[in-house]
Write a protein that binds this ligand. Structure first.
Ligand SMILES: [Zn+2]
Length: 349
C-alpha cells in the first residue's frame, strides 16, 4: 500500500492538468484486467466486472494547485488560486520555503515559495504580518530569473499551474506527502483489485477517476448517468491534533475508515450509507462516523444526477497542505470495507 500511495501522490496532476495521473491509473487498471476508457474531458471509466445493480466507485485525480497570475519585471512569479472562489480563498496554508514546480509547455520550472524575511522588513510590514497574516500579494515564487524576459524564456507566463514538489515519506507511524487528497483513494481502489474474485461481485462494479474536483466538482457530473448507486472514496478530516477541539472533529488517525453522513453541500444517501455501516459491522471492520464541514465531494454531482451515493473517507491530518498525513492501517481497512461492500448481496438502492 505504501508503495502505491507514494507512486500516486508524487505524480503531477494540478486541476486541469491531470494527464500524468490518469495515464498512470489507466495503465495500472488495464494491467489488472480492467477495460479503461478516457472521456473527452479526461475522466477515466473502467468496468471492474460482476452483475447486479450498477455501482460506480470514484475518486478524483486532481490535486490542490496555484496558477501564475503575473510575472513582474524582475522575473518574480505571482500566484492566484487554482481552486474555485478565486482570491476570496487564501491558500491553506501558504507553503513558504517549499519547492514550487511550475508546469510550462517546455517542461517543469522549479523555484521556491518565498516572502520577505525579518532582516529586510519594514516596521509597517512586520506589524501587518502580525495583525493580518498573509495575503496573495505577500508571497511569490523565486525561480532565479533576473528579468521578466528571463522567466518567459523558461516558458513561465500567466496561466501556468503551480504545485508543491514534495516527496512522500514515512514519519513514525504516519505517511506524509502532498495529494493524499485524493490519490490515496485511487491507491485504495487500485489495491482493491489485488486478488479480487470477480465472480463474487454482487454488483456490476465500475471505477472512475475524475478531473477538476478541487475547483468545484466539475468533472464528476458527466460520469454518473446510468448508475444505480455511487460510492465516493475521499480524503477525510482528522481532529486528533493540537489546536483542534475534539468536539469540532472527533475523527482520529488509526481508528478506521470514516462513514460521512453529510458535508457542507448535501446529506449522503441514507440507504447506501446504512448498507456501508452494516457491511462494516458484519465484517468486523472498525469505522468512524462523521459530518464534514467546509467540505464537498463529487457525490453532490452524482446525487443531483439521480444516483444515490454514499461516501467513505480515510482519516487525514493537515488536509489541503503539502504535508497531508495518513495512517497506512486506515487505508488498508478502507480497502477491506470496499471489498466487503461489493461482495455482500442486498438491496442498497
Ligand atoms: Zn478530494
Amino acid at each position: 500500500m505504501y508503495e502505491l500511495v507514494k507512486r500516486l501522490t508524487e505524480l503531477t496532476g494540478p486541476t486541469g492538468y491531470e494527464d500524468e495521473v490518469q495515464a498512470w491509473v489507466a495503465d495500472t487498471w488495464r494491467e489488472r484486467g480492467l477495460r479503461v476508457e478516457r472521456t473527452p474531458i479526461g475522466n477515466l471509466m473502467a468496468r471492474v466486472g460482476g452483475t447486479g445493480p450498477k455501482l460506480l466507485i470514484g475518486a478524483h485525480a486532481d490535486e490542490i494547485c496555484f496558477r501564475v497570475k503575473s510575472v513582474d519585471e524582475q522575473g518574480f512569479v505571482w500566484l492566484t488560486a487554482g481552486r474555485g472562489m478565486g482570491e476570496q480563498r487564501l491558500p491553506e496554508p501558504v507553503p513558504l520555503g517549499l519547492v514550487a514546480e511550475i508546469l510550462t509547455e517546455a517542461g517543469v520550472v522549479r523555484g521556491t515559495f518565498v516572502t520577505v524575511t525579518g532582516h529586510v522588513m519594514t516596521r509597517q510590514q512586520r506589524g501587518r504580518a502580525e495583525r493580518h497574516g498573509m495575503d496573495w500579494m505577500d508571497f511569490y515564487v523565486d525561480i532565479g530569473a533576473r528579468t521578466r524576459a528571463d522567466a518567459e524564456s523558461l516558458g513561465v507566463h500567466p496561466g501556468c499551474a503551480v504545485i508543491n514538489a514534495v516527496t512522500t515519506r514515512r514519519e513514525g507511524r504516519n505517511i506524509v506527502g502532498k495529494a493524499m487528497d485524493d490519490r490515496a483513494a485511487l491507491a485504495i481502489m487500485t489495491a482493491m483489485l489485488e486478488g479480487l474474485d470477480r465472480s463474487r461481485l454482487r454488483y456490476e462494479v465500475w471505477f472512475t477517476s475524475t478531473v477538476a474536483e478541487e475547483i468545484g466538482l466539475i468533472g464528476a457530473r458527466s460520469v454518473a448517468a446510468g448508475f444505480d448507486l455511487g460510492l465516493i472514496v475521499e480524503v477525510g478530516l482528522a481532529g486528533d491534533i493540537p489546536l483542534v477541539d475534539r468536539r469540532q472533529m472527533p475523527v482520529s488517525l488509526g481508528a478506521g475508515p470514516v462513514v460521512v453522513h453529510k458535508d457542507m453541500s448535501l446529506p449522503y444517501s441514507a440507504a447506501p450509507t446504512r448498507a456501508l455501516i452494516q457491511v462494516a459491522r458484519t465484517a468486523g471492520i472498525p469505522f468512524q462516523h462523521a459530518v464534514f464541514q467546509n467540505f464537498a465531494s463529487d457525490g453532490r454531482e452524482w446525487i443531483q444526477e439521480g444516483v444515490p451515493t454514499a461516501m467513505v473517507a480515510f482519516p487525514c491530518r493537515y488536509t489541503h497542505s503539502p504535508n497531508e498525513t495518513v495512517d497506512e492501517s486506515d487505508l488498508a481497512r478502507t480497502v477491506d470495507l470496499l471489498r466487503a461492500f461489493v461482495t455482500t448481496p442486498g438491496d442498497r438502492g
